[in-house]
Design a binder for this molecule. Structure first.
Ligand SMILES: [Zn+2]
Length: 280
């Protein structure tokens, strides 16, 4: 599932292609893609894109007149821009939504497509305040790249539960998923089952630094392409080659050479080094 670095890569690629352009019309090819949207996607017709940004794992597009669209890619969602000729030629049955864009200088007629093989992805359209008020949206915790070490440590000590589960909780921090939670814990030398309230102040600072470092490196690498994730132009990210814990069961730890273990924590596969990841 795309996490913060993958979604950030999508946003950075789409922003220059979409900003300033208007949506001529919107077609929904799969109704469950827009289920629960505050308003019909047709409210975006005739509106101009002002900004493309990210909040947690959501792509957020601001339109003029205070309208907005939020997109969650979930498992297999993909957003990208193609020409009408490409779309006609490909006849892609996994396209769930089509936004016809106005012609930009030097670009010609193009469509923004939402493609989603497994149909778990969701798109919400409406006024900005309606999108922000959505239940899944308004409970999001702070952005991991913006939170200070002090605020992070304070939040950590105020929560019960195990570090791995906490890092996956979007109300605690918005944007981490299974890959980067495991990588950050490995980098910080902290055990996934460590109790948040027992983590020492030094370790909390190390975890904060590890989260920011891992996310920063993964964004620079264009994210990790492990299952279906691809950039808006169809190319993969390459951070999967840099992973030190996630998916490496039985392979040697890059620090101590002990084999990486895999356990299930809160129903999620969790990879870690039992020797050098400590519980405090
Ligand atoms: Zn180790």
């Amino acid at each position: 599932m795309p996490e913060l670095p993958e979604v950030e890569s999508v946003v950075r690629a789409l922003a220059p292609m979409l900003t300033g352009r208007s949506v001529k019309n919107v077609r929904v090819l799969n109704r469950s893609t827009v289920a629960g949207s505050p308003r019909k996607p047709s409210v975006l017709e005739g509106r101009r894109v002002e900004r493309v940004l990210r909040r947690g794992k959501y792509i957020v597009v601001h339109f003029d007149e205070a309208f907005a669209m939020a997109v969650h890619l979930r498992m297999t969602g993909w957003l990208g821009v193609k020409t009408q000729a490409q779309v006609a030629e490909e006849q892609d049955k996994f396209v769930r939504m089509v936004f016809e864009l106005d012609e930009a200088p030097g670009r010609g007629a193009e469509w923004l497509l939402f493609r989603d093989i497994r149909k778990f992805g969701r798109v919400w359209c409406g006024r900005r305040e309606e999108i922000i008020a959505l239940k899944s949206f308004n409970k999001l915790g702070p952005e991991p790249l913006a939170i200070t070490p002090e605020a992070f440590a304070e939040r950590l000590h105020a929560h019960r539960g195990r570090l791995k589960s906490l890092l996956l909780n979007q109300a605690f921090l918005a944007g981490l998923g299974n890959i980067y939670a495991d990588e950050a814990l490995f980098e910080a030398g902290l055990h996934p089952l460590a109790l948040a309230q027992q983590v020492k102040p030094d370790s909390a600072r190390r975890l904060h630094a590890a989260i920011q470092a891992i996310l920063g490196k993964a964004i620079s690498a264009g994210g990790s392409s492990i299952d279906d994730y691809l950039h808006p132009d169809g190319t993969p990210g390459w951070f999967q080659r840099e992973l030190k814990a996630y998916g490496r069961e039985g392979e040697p730890c890059t620090r101590c050479k002990a084999p990486i273990k895999r356990d299930v924590v809160g129903q999620r596969g969790t990879w870690y080094c039992a020797k050098c990841q400590k519980k405090r």
